[in-house]
Design a protein around this ligand. Structure first.
Ligand SMILES: [Cu+2]
Length: 107
């Protein structure tokens, strides 16, 4: 009889969908459990290019492989760190200073 796959093998990532407009993320806050597999999909519904960059522990920055254009979407997968609050921003131009920021709460 075949062995059942372990929980780790079958764990599906938690999918978080975030919409980028000029110049806002919706939602701008989400919560995930520590150590969870997370898949963030950014959908660009603005006119400008956008990206999403997470400030992770140890000064690590995680962002999409490239800025995405209007109408495009792209995903980023990572493992949630330990408990805490982690900011994310749009690293394109000055977008973060005019509103493109949010936070990921790990708890
Ligand atoms: Cu942007």
């Amino acid at each position: 009889m075949a062995q059942a796959p372990s929980a780790a093998d079958t764990q599906q990532p938690l999918t978080i969908e975030i919409t980028a407009t000029d110049y806002e993320f919706t939602p701008s806050e989400f919560t995930v459990p520590p150590g969870a597999k997370v898949k963030v999909t950014l959908l660009n519904k603005g006119r400008k290019d956008h990206n999403i960059q997470f400030d992770m522990p140890d000064n690590q920055k995680l962002k999409l492989a490239r800025d995405i254009k209007a109408g495009e979407s792209m995903s980023l997968e990572f493992t949630a760190p330990g408990p805490g609050t982690f900011t994310f921003i749009c690293p394109v131009g000055m977008h973060s200073t005019i509103g493109m920021k949010g936070r990921m709460i790990v708890e």
